[in-house]
Design a protein. Structure first.
Length: 336
């Protein structure tokens, strides 16, 4: 199966976060067959219920290539034209998985050992797979994480801070609003106060940004809302503490701020011979820490079409990525 066929096969298996079992099983079987042919081994790394990471290794994994199997919603299947493969996960990150598998085949064809492949669940929501993997390191000295970076080696990426903002009120008939307390109005006031908070800037990473991702609440147009909730996400360029404190002061008693996830900005290791970039998105890398080695970030595809209805990956870039990954692995093994 070539890199295009494997990409499409993976894209066609729906794996929205928390529903990765089928794609993980497919990858486990695919890698098990590869391992038999090339002298490797494959294992399931249990996460929860029927969710599991997939780890393949050849010798002692000094360098580990890793990315995630889950996708954001909604699912839509693959298609291809002369230039692109389209579909949910095409660039984020199933094309990357296929390129890493192709790199493994190339490396083994050249007699290279001491590397591994680690594919995890849950990156798009709470990094559940990376959290489990971080507790079970295998001695790897370098973790080459795959995300769509336009085949440029990332030197720095923003972190993130995610909250639920919950407001509570008192139900009443909307004809008599004075008898109730609107949770929706309280939530809107809290969100407006948050939006007015000045956010920090970093010379390398640029500005810290805020996104109000979801708003839910209320029961009916003629009922004063007794509950409302928003989910917000901040792209961090530095320490989260000043942002936390500023948000807490801004919200006051209007609503409750519940922190869901915090990941710091990351500065990455580099290797010679590749173009570099700075990105605004976060990855599993802060969750791994350095338990799987010094992190690097590199992958084919553009983040600008990830999470959209136009998600796709260039077939030429995808084909080139297998060689790119293999070359980086060899350079890192030479340094180790």
């Amino acid at each position: 199966m070539n890199v295009y066929e494997l990409t499409r096969a993976l894209v066609d298996i729906e794996s929205i976060t928390e529903n990765e079992a089928a794609v993980a099983a497919y990858l486990h079987d695919h890698l098990a067959k590869l391992a038999v042919r090339t002298g490797g081994q494959v294992e399931r790394m249990e996460v929860e219920r029927d969710r599991f990471n997939v780890l393949a290794s050849w010798g002692r994994p000094v360098v580990t290539l890793s990315t995630h199997m889950d996708t954001v919603p909604p699912f839509f299947p693959s298609r291809e034209d002369a230039e692109f493969i389209w579909g949910r996960g095409a660039c984020d990150a199933k094309g990357i998985i296929a390129a890493m598998v192709a790199a493994a085949e190339k490396l083994r064809g050249e007699g290279v050992t001491n590397f591994g492949l680690l594919f995890v669940v849950g990156e798009e929501r709470n990094s559940a797979g990376a959290l489990v993997a971080a507790k079970s390191p295998r001695g790897s000295k370098y973790l080459l994480n795959g995300e769509p970076t336009e085949s440029k080696l990332v030197i720095a990426s923003k972190g993130l801070l995610r909250y639920e903002v919950i407001a509570r009120g008192k139900m009443a008939h909307s004809a008599y609003p004075e008898l109730g307390e609107s949770a929706i109005e309280a939530l809107l006031d809290a969100l407006e106060a948050i939006r007015k908070v000045p956010l920090p800037r970093d010379a390398q990473l640029g500005s810290c940004t805020l996104n109000i991702g979801t708003i839910t609440g209320g029961r009916a147009p003629n009922v004063i809302a007794d509950a409302a909730k928003a989910e917000i996400l901040v792209r961090l360029v530095g320490d989260a503490a000043p942002v936390r404190e500023a948000f807490a002061r801004a919200v006051g008693k209007r609503a409750e701020l519940i922190e869901i996830l915090s990941l710091p900005p990351i500065r990455f290791a580099t290797v010679d011979g590749l173009p570099t970039s700075v990105v605004s998105f976060a990855t599993d890398v802060p969750v791994f820490g350095k338990t799987w080695g010094e992190p690097l970030l590199l992958g084919p595809g553009s983040i600008h079409v990830a999470h959209t209805s136009e998600e796709r990956i260039s077939k030429q870039e995808l084909a080139d990525a297998a060689g790119m990954y293999a070359d980086v692995v060899k350079k890192l093994l030479a340094k180790a």
